[in-house]
Design a protein around this ligand. Structure first.
Ligand SMILES: [Zn+2]
Length: 214
């Protein structure tokens, strides 16, 4: 059960179908796991429907969420992805068609041996989407963000100075956040991250890595 959730503003934008693609997919991943955010989103949809109540019914619709989830399941334009993807159930359903094959066979690239990343091709002019895999007990270099970074925990868990995050959690780091996420010892941590600016490394190790992080 998730402890960290998208804020109401995000859920409202999601219900209105107004989130950028990457972020919308991430919110959809969380909604699959989180009953209370699903309920909240349905409320916003109904509210939106009432506010727009004067418009002809077919243009309004009342169930944006299911329409969005349906759309996510539509075949991708690039057939290679669709055919490659046999559906790794470990990948959240809304994200699955963007990840070729399974998490185990993915061609991770990496900053280091224990910190791997994979660029996710989602059409989105604003945000970049990635998967991160942090080895059990390993940590990312301390960093802050020039923009916003949203993280969704797919598997495992990680901690920073103040909190611990688990599967299903939805986390926002902004320019005020300096953190050094560390995967817990029990297993690798896999996260889906969406960011609108590159990370900015703050520690010594971080500064060494900075030129490689684009
Ligand atoms: Zn939630």
């Amino acid at each position: 059960m998730a402890n960290y959730h998208p804020n109401n503003e995000l859920l409202m934008s999601f219900a209105a179908g107004q989130l950028p693609n990457s972020l919308g997919i991430m919110v959809a991943c969380h909604l699959e796991q989180c009953h209370s955010c699903r309920q909240q989103t349905h409320l916003y949809e109904q509210l939106g429907g009432e506010l727009l109540g004067d418009l002809p019914e077919e243009t309004v619709g009342t169930n944006v969420l299911s329409r969005i989830l349906d759309r996510i399941d539509e075949p991708v334009s690039a057939p290679s992805l669709a055919t490659l993807n046999q559906g790794d159930l470990a990948i959240p359903r809304p994200l699955r068609r963007f990840i070729p094959g399974s998490l185990d066979t993915l061609e991770w690239s990496g900053m280091t041996k224990s910190i791997r990343e994979f660029d996710i091709e989602i059409e989105d002019p604003q945000f970049k989407a990635k998967l991160y895999k942090i080895g059990a007990g390993k940590e990312l270099p301390e960093h802050t963000h020039e923009g916003n970074e949203f993280t969704y925990v797919i598997d495992g868990s990680f901690a920073d100075k103040t909190c611990q995050y688990h599967e299903g959690d939805f986390i926002l780091a902004d320019t005020q956040t300096i953190h050094q996420p560390r995967a817990t010892m029990d297993k690798d941590c896999i996260c889906f991250a969406v960011m609108d600016a590159p990370l900015k490394m703050t520690g010594i190790f971080g500064r060494m890595l900075n030129p490689f992080m684009r």
